[in-house]
Design a protein around this ligand. Structure first.
Ligand code: GRF
Length: 288
């Protein structure tokens, strides 16, 4: 149960503990404060029941949320709970989703990047604003120039060992990062700057066939060698471990006895193109 929550919220065990403490302290504080307010406004047994009910509803709907944010602040969990509050307010239609600026990171030909760009081309709230690559010859850079999207060519060493690119990406106002065939491990400083705001697509059904060295053809080869009857795609949040963050979406394809890594790759690619743009749109809208 606790593990499930940790996965759902994509937080460490210490943060989960602090979040649960926040909820517990908020619950008891709200009860105490409600009692205090009840006596302060002079309500007693004779007071008309409707007034008491209205006060209780007011405390549950508004008071609780305010107390939650104050307690969250003291437990160092304000950002987590502020996102949670924004989600509720967005669902209630009180606040509109903010404009999201996406950076797509890719090292290869960029067929997924292209599908995402096309899908979001005329979107009101989501804009693909930057293409990041570590390979000067990557096809994704041609796609970026065809669609007039600025690019950032990164140096591996600087990317892994300094804050330089984190600052550049932040300064450009990027809100979400999309990995689409990006072959470098995302460094911890970037993950911390974009907690729960980086998504990846993996060409297999994680947790199987994931981890270091499991990319592209290697994945399909391993799936076929193991005689699997099905494979697929996993779209997941990115955390400090390879192919590990919370799964947002999975879809399956059948693996036939005569499939080769190439034919399987083709089927998986089709699945990626069909789903990745839509899942991104949903996830970004929910988290903006
Ligand atoms: C995809 O298969 C994706 O699952 C993996 O890298 C590949 C990228 O392909 N992470 P493309 O460059 O988008 O064509």
């Amino acid at each position: 149960m606790l593990n499930k929550l940790q996965q759902k919220w994509n937080v460490s065990s210490v943060q989960l503990l602090l979040i649960l403490c926040t909820f517990a302290v908020t619950g008891s504080s709200t009860a105490v404060i409600s009692r205090y307010i009840t006596s302060w406004v002079g309500f007693d047994e004779q007071t008309f029941w409707l007034w008491k009910l209205l006060l209780r509803i007011f405390m549950l709907v508004f008071g609780y949320q305010v107390i939650l944010m104050i307690v969250a602040f003291f437990f160092g969990q304000f950002p987590f709970f502020w996102n949670y509050e924004k989600k509720i307010l967005r669902r209630m239609g009180v606040i509109k989703p903010g404009k999201a600026k996406l950076a797509i990171f890719a090292s290869g030909k960029g067929s997924n990047a292209e599908k995402i760009i096309q899908f979001l081309e005329n979107h009101n709230n989501i804009h693909v604003s930057l293409i990041v690559s570590n390979k000067p010859t990557a096809g994704v850079l041609d796609i970026a120039s065809r669609f007039n999207i600025p690019t950032l060519l990164i140096d591996r060493k600087k990317f892994m060992e300094s804050d330089e690119y984190v600052q550049i990406i932040k300064n450009q106002g990027i809100t979400h990062i999309i990995l689409a065939g990006f072959l470098l491990k995302v460094p911890d400083n970037l993950i911390q700057a974009y907690t729960n705001k980086i998504v990846n697509i993996h060409p297999a059904l994680l947790p199987a066939y994931g981890g270091k060295g499991m990319y592209g053809e290697h994945v399909h080869q391993a799936v076929i060698q193991a005689g699997e009857k099905e494979s697929g795609i996993t779209i997941h949040l990115v955390d400090e471990e390879y192919d590990h963050g919370k799964t947002l979406f999975q879809a399956k394809v059948e693996v036939f006895p005569n499939d080769t890594p190439d034919t399987l790759a083709e089927k998986v690619h089709r699945l990626e193109h069909e789903h990745y743009p839509k899942v991104i749109e949903k996830w970004v809208s929910r988290t903006s």
